[in-house]
Design a protein around this ligand. Sequence first.
Ligand SMILES: Cc1ncc(COP(=O)(O)O)c(C=O)c1O
Length: 424
Amino acid sequence: MKLTKLDQIRAAEARLLIPTYDRNPLLFVRGEGVHIIDEHGERYLDLLSGIGVNALGYSHPVIEDAIARQSRALIHTSNLYFHEGQAELALRLTQLTGLDRAFFANTGTAAWECAMKLARAYAGLKRSEGVNLGTKFLALEQSFHGRTFGAISTTYKEKYREPFAPVVPGVEFVRFNDIADLRSKFSTEVCAILVEAIQGEGGVRPLTQEFFSEARALANSTGALLIVDEIQSGIGRTGKWCAYQHYGILPDVTTFAKPLAGGLPLGAVLCTEEVARAFHPGMHGSTFAGGPLACAVAIAVIDHIEKENLLAHATEVGDYFQAQLRALAKRHEAIVDVRGKGLMIAAELDSADLAKLTVAEMLKRRILINCTSDTVLRFLPPYILERAHVDAAIAALDEIFSEHAGAASAAHSAAKSVGGNIHD
Ligand SMILES: Cc1ncc(COP(=O)(O)O)c(C=O)c1O
């Protein structure tokens, strides 16, 4: 039997890579718009966009041009010298966040580490100024902040933390959207409250306005920081630059990564002028971070989102997507909730087995989605998605649920509650 290129790569990876990934058996070689294309030329509609990264889809001329232009000029300098990109990108990010200063990182988790270090350093600065502020972090149940030590320490699920214990001490978890629990765990011992405005890996779960407002008020009452992780929800995915802007709340610190440089690795931390006082040269840094190439592409991505009004587009197509999912939920009891904002969308099913099967069946129909939190189908498509793509996905889901959902649904029909949260 003739081996395909995929078979060969699979076998080589099995021998040569440290086994951290459980990949789908697909070998992608290129992409166009909202489609990614495998070694046989088969086109897949990508409703996951590299886990929320490829905001402008594949082979976008704006990104290709920025890469070509900048790579001919300068790819890397280190942070020992100036280049043209960081201040220009920081200007855009400060304008779109309402915050004052930026630090660039290479990934989401590295941005998050920086935010945590900033919080501890800021608390130390405040203590030196006579303010009673401790070193504890409050994070939320079902949170996900990345894979480095600070990030896993503030990530809820034990499977991410337990093999690496002891993790960073001083983290307590608060029940999601539980104001009483937040109040009872908050004190002057806390240096920062850490939240995702809409939890991503945790199942596309938005904070309630009340909980978010209370977190802001509690932090204000002691001088602790409110740090909002926008790594998955930020840079326009929810129809605003930052998901916290749906709530009218300004954090002290926020973090970005995934779509920021349209597919190139880049993270960012944004903070207030007040908080930035905590860092001085030498306290934090990175060799690669905020390099000329990634910055040039990020500037091009942000300018394109603005020029093409893609925030409004994400809202419009996202609302359509949710409406279609709700209509589908009326026909299929297996869908127990539809939620999200803009193009960060979830359809929660009544069974983990069905969710897993649905992802596999969608793949057979050449549509990429994934499942998070066991039962949640997650959609993080490129911002250039059109209604016709949504229709194709809904038709595929309709077919799959018609074929497979019957038995699982019946048992759960009583518990069904579609929609109904403030973020619908
Ligand atoms: C909310 C959130 N924070 C942090 C991260 C970590 O980002 P990265 O994988 O780039 O380190 C992720 C990744 O999924 C995320 O969704």
